[in-house]
Every structure is written in C-alpha cells, then in structure tokens.
Write a protein that binds this ligand. Structure first.
Ligand SMILES: NC(=O)c1ccc[n+]([C@@H]2O[C@H](COP(=O)([O-])OP(=O)(O)OC[C@H]3O[C@@H](n4cnc5c(N)ncnc54)[C@H](OP(=O)(O)O)[C@@H]3O)[C@@H](O)[C@H]2O)c1
Length: 329
C-alpha cells in the first residue's frame, strides 16, 4: 500500500510516497480505499512543525519526523468493515474528517482505517473530490456562522481570509439568509470572491478592515491578524467574533476569549472544530444545488503533485480547497 510520508519535518524534499503496511480495521472501524483527500492546515502544520505549535506537534506526533500518515478529509469506498460496524458495508461510498488533535489521520494513502462514526455516506452526485473538500472547512464555516446564534435577516458579516476553504464555503452558507457579506483577502482572489456572492471585498494589502469605520454583527476569521481591541471596535453591540485559525493573535483568543468577551461586551473566541458536525446537512444543501465546494487545480497521488499541492497550500496560492485524487473512480 502506498502512503505519503515524511522522513523529517520541514522541507518538501523529505516527503514522498512510500510502501507501507495496509491498515487493519478494528471492530468499530471500516477500511476505506481512498479516492480523494484534501490538503488542510493541520496536515501542512504537522509536516512543517516549525510554527509556534511545533513543540506540541513533535510531542504528539514524533520528535524528529511525523510518525503517522497525515491527511484528514477523505472520500473513498468501503472495502471491509469491523465486526461492530453497522452503518456501512463493502462498496459504500463514504467521506468524512478523520482529524484528531494528536495526528494519525491516515488519509494520504491508498487505504485508511477509519472509525465508523467519522464517516457518512457520500451523495451519488457528489464527486469524491468534492466530498473530500467539504468536511473540515465546511464544518468550521458552519460552526462559525452559528457562533452568535442563528443568522438574522439584515445582518452584516465579514469573513477575513475569505479565499480559502472556510471563506468560499462560508459565503454560500451565509447567503442562504438575507445577509450582507464582506470578504477580505489578497487582490488575486477578489474576483473569485465576488463571483461567489460576496457583496463587498477588501484587499487586505491595501486596506485594514478594522479601520474602515464599517461595523459588523459577525466576523469570521481564518487568519486572526488583528488584536481584540481592533476587532471590538468594528463589531456592532451584541456582535460576535469567531476565529477559526491563524497565527499571530490567535493564542490570546484561545486563552483569554472569555475575559476579552467580558471586557469588550462582545462575544469573542475560538471555534473548536467538531469534526463532521452537521455534515449530512451540507450534503442536503449540495443535493439541492445550494452548496458546492470550490476546488483549485487537479492533483494526482504522485510525489510531484503531493509536494506541489502542499507547497501551494503553504504559500496560500490556492483558491478554495486543494484536493488530491488518490485513485480515479
Ligand atoms: N479551530 C479549529 O479547531 C481548527 C481545526 C482545523 C483547522 N483550523 C484552522 O482553520 C483555518 C482554515 O481556514 P481555511 O481552510 O479557509 O484557510 P486557507 O485555505 O489557508 O485560507 C486562508 C486565506 O487567508 C488569506 N490570507 C493570508 N493572509 C491574510 C491576511 N493577513 N488577511 C486576510 N487574509 C489573509 C490567504 O490568501 P493570501 O495569502 O493570498 O492572502 C487564504 O486565501 C486554518 O487557520 C486552520 O488552522 C482550525
């Protein structure tokens, strides 16, 4: 069985496709033949281990090299099932987010063993690539949109870092309601954002959204580039700030989210991913033609394409999601 692994953290030169043992499903697991796998920040971060969380990554996932196979968002076909599995049978097309805070996701491989409760049936009309693109970013987008309670008509929403997975899925979910949405990203992504339905776009290299004077009821942040005081200034009374990730200011929202909320009298904090939360709802929206992931490029499960997809993710050149086809269906 082929799997994409790393001999060391850091440079792409250390990563490659190698032979490894086929996983054996436990009683509650299913063995999945992987057709497509998405690239996520978690995969990239675990392979680099050089960001602020590098020490934690090494503690959990191997000191000198990632000990496990990465790849969280997978879509594929069930090959065999453990003795306690009830919901799936061989031949079922499935998908889901296999992530955990301690690594060991396993999707960058031809086969992965996954707990039954991490998977759902893939709608027939959804391609494996579309299915792999959805779970983590789609769920984070949905969780963040609900962070201040159900959306209400007339609300003003801003998504910072809107050109990636969370933003491109978040806009589609937001626009199911009568709300106004602003997207912030770099110039090369703004046309795509407009085409997805953003009412306003801001190029963060030219304009700081916290200085514009415009106020929002909900700010969703995939990059967390501004301090709490600046964010609070552009939130309406009773507004919500939901960060899903990023680096520079995120630690403060994780540690002091509750205190910041009290200080600024606005709800502020990190959204902790609930893997596969309401994934069936996202499938329903897909079937109704109201929700479709944006997928950038086409990558195959080769050394060259895997490295290029990861490089592209690290450089944030992608629009929407990067997905690798592992086995053509
Ligand atoms: N909370 C949790 O439990 C949890 C779990 C999993 C993942 N996550 C996090 O969720 C996030 C996933 O978001 P995603 O998939 O949408 O990320 P993404 O695909 O990397 O997109 C982020 C976008 O932000 C843009 N950007 C970069 N610098 C920016 C800046 N200064 N201001 C505004 N935009 C900027 C990037 O493009 P340009 O560089 O071209 O501008 C890119 O289009 C990640 O941060 C990840 O760590 C959180």
């Amino acid at each position: 069985v082929k799997a994409f692994r790393a001999d060391k953290y850091g440079s792409m030169d250390f990563f490659g496709i190698k032979e490894t043992q086929e996983p054996v499903p436990k009683k509650n697991e299913v063995l999945v033949k992987v057709h497509a796998v998405a690239i996520n920040d978690w995969d990239y971060g675990y392979l680099q281990a050089n960001a602020k969380g590098g020490l934690l990554v090494r503690l959990f996932n191997g000191w000198s090299a990632p000990k496990s196979i990465l790849g969280c968002d997978v879509a594929g076909t069930v090959v065999s099932v453990g003795s306690n599995v009830r919901r799936f049978k061989p031949g079922d097309a499935v998908f889901g987010d296999l992530s955990s805070y301690t690594g060991g996701f396993g999707g960058f491989a031809e086969y992965v063993s996954a707990a039954e409760n991490r998977l759902i049936h893939k709608p027939e009309r959804m391609s494996f690539e579309q299915a792999a693109a959805i779970p983590q970013a789609g769920v984070l987008a949905l969780q963040a949109l609900l962070a201040g309670g159900p959306l209400k008509a007339g609300q003003n929403i801003l998504i910072n870092g809107a050109g990636g997975g969370v933003g491109t899925m978040g806009i589609q979910l937001a626009k199911l309601h009568d709300v106004e949405v602003t997207g912030v990203d770099s110039a090369s992504k703004l046309d795509m954002l407009r085409s997805l339905g953003f009412d306003h776009v801001i190029d963060y290299t030219k304009e700081d959204f916290t200085q514009s004077g415009k106020r929002y009821d909900l700010i969703i942040d995939a990059k967390t580039t501004r301090p709490a005081s600046s964010i609070a200034r552009v939130l309406n009374p009773g507004g919500t700030y939901a960060t899903v990730g990023g680096t520079s200011h995120m630690g403060r929202f994780i540690l002091f989210g509750k205190l910041l909320s009290l200080r600024f009298k606005k709800r502020m904090g990190l959204i902790w991913l609930k893997p596969n939360f309401e994934l069936a709802y996202l499938c329903d929206l897909f079937e109704e033609g109201k929700f479709k992931p944006v997928i950038d490029g086409s990558y195959q499960f080769t050394d060259t394409d895997m490295r290029e997809a990861l490089r592209c993710y690290g450089a944030a050149e992608h629009k929407g999601k990067l997905v690798v086809t592992v086995a053509n269906s």
